[in-house]
Structures are given as C-alpha cells and as structure tokens.
Design a protein. Structure first.
Length: 288
C-alpha cells in the first residue's frame, strides 16, 4: 500500500477538487475493522481470491471481478475468506468528491460487480507509476482519479447484499477468532469451545456458508500471515515465521506453503522481493 505524500506540494493542492491519498495494487488484504470509518473515500476491486465486505449491517461476498466503495466516516469491516485475497484500490478526498459520486449515481457505500475490471486495474497501476516517478504528481493524480471515477458507472452494477442471519453472525465470530488467535496453535476443538457449538455443527455450517472447510480456512489464514511476514522481515528465519503463523513444525509449514504457492517459503521471499525491486508489485501491508 502507498500513502501519497503531498508535503512538498501542500500549498498547491489545497484547492484541488480531488486528491488521491492511498494506492494499492495486488495488496494482500488483511482483516480490517473500522467502527468509525476513515476520513477518505475508498474504492476496491478484487484481483484474486475472495472475501467479505460488511457495511450497514449487511454482508457482501467479494470475489474476483467484484469490488466495493466506502464513504468517509462509515463503519465497515472486510476480511478474506480464501487464503489469498488480493485487492487493487485507491482512496481519495476533495471538495468535488461527494457531488461527483452523487452525479454518478453512487451515493453511498456499496458493493459492485465489474463488467470489465481491466480499466480499473490499469488506472490504479498508472497512478502508482506516476507516484513512483515523483515530481509534481498532484495534478496528474487528481486528473487520473477523476477519469477513473467518471468511467466507473459504465463498468459496474450493484451486488445484492446478504442480511446478517444467525449463521452469518456465527461465521463472523469464527473468522474473528481465527484472525485473533491463529498464532496460538488453535485447532477445530478450540474454535468449537469458543463458539459454544459442537465441532461437527461448526464445520457443517462453515462449509455450507463459505464453500470451504473450516480447517482449510484456518490453514489459509496462517499461510497468508506467513506470506506477509516473509516479505516484511527478510532476515527472519523460516522456523520463526512458521511458529509466529501457528505452525508447530517448520518442515510441515514448508510442505503446506509449497502446496499453496508451488515454491518453498525462501524461494517465495526471494522471488517477490525481486519483483518488488523491479517495481512490479506493491507493499504487502498497510492501513487500507
């Protein structure tokens, strides 16, 4: 994730109608809960994997080819339901933002299906390149943000929300517990005790609602956390990465990791860091 810094151009951007504040390409999305929202508009598109976006008491399942818009200061939550949830996004503010989105018939936070995601992806990637080239990028980013926003209505249609049923609430409780305790060697019995249901019932509900087993979800979360750790801490030993992700054995971690990524953890770290050095990927972690 890139936080756009206008410190050297502050005097020139105060009157800009749109200001890009955050950018991300193929961001490995972590679990986010914001009861008070953010001060900016956020617009996301799913590049790979699947997740859930929760706003106004409704859940939206977000898969590849879908995305969501979040208005400022609106309570929201989003989290992965697959081991690998990659999002492209940009965040913006400015005097024109509210009025423009009203004119574009996007007056509130919502989830959308993309007819064609290519333009969104290419536009965000272009903004990232402009930012990396430094220079006087404030005006160019503002123009690129406007261009993408006015094209959005022609790319999307609203997704139907899913009301938060008792099963949805249970799934949310499971996911929150796994996200909080994945490093503590928890297993299905621990999750069942936390939720006060039998293991068999939990597994059946999770499989029905999420279309994957609870055990595969737990493993996927651990692998996802390990991926971030590998890239953020290039000197960290593999066995320490494994332990911090909730794997009791480094050898078992390497075996599972290879099943997900087709390479060893060490090879994955070297390849992704090489990609990052060439500018073909963005940061793995941030506030978005």
């Amino acid at each position: 994730m890139i936080s756009v810094n206008y410190s050297t151009q502050a005097a020139r951007i105060s009157s800009l109608p749109l200001r890009v504040q955050l950018l991300g390409v193929a961001h490995q999305q972590e679990h986010v809960v914001r009861p008070s929202g953010l001060h900016v508009f956020q617009c996301f598109a799913c590049r790979r994997g699947s997740g859930v976006f929760v706003v106004d008491g409704e859940e939206h399942n977000i898969r590849e080819g879908e995305g969501f818009l979040i208005y400022p200061r609106v309570s929201h939550e989003y989290y992965a339901t697959s081991g690998d949830w990659e999002l492209d996004f940009f965040a913006f503010d400015g005097a024109l933002a509210y009025g423009l989105l009203e004119c574009l018939d996007m007056p509130e936070s919502h989830a959308y299906h993309f007819f064609d995601q290519t333009y969104f992806r290419q536009s965000v990637e272009h903004m990232v390149r402009m930012h990396r080239e430094k220079g006087e990028y404030a005006y160019a980013l503002s123009a690129a943000c406007y261009d993408l926003l006015v094209h959005l209505p022609h790319m999307i249609e609203p997704l139907t929300a899913v009301a938060l049923s008792s099963e949805n609430v249970l799934i949310s409780s499971i996911i929150a517990y796994v996200e909080e305790r994945y490093a503590d060697y928890i297993n299905l019995d621990d999750i069942a005790r936390h939720c006060s249901y039998s293991k068999e019932y939990l597994c059946a509900v999770f499989k029905k609602e999420m279309n994957q087993t609870l055990n595969s979800f737990l493993t996927g979360v651990r692998v996802s956390k390990a991926r971030v750790d590998l890239l953020q801490n290039p000197q960290k030993r593999i066995r320490d990465v494994a332990e911090d992700a909730g794997f009791r054995s480094a050898s078992y971690f390497c075996k599972v990791f290879r099943q997900y990524e087709s390479v060893s953890p060490d090879q994955y770290r070297k390849q992704r860091n090489a990609d990052r050095a060439r500018g073909t990927t963005t940061l793995e972690h941030g506030i978005a």
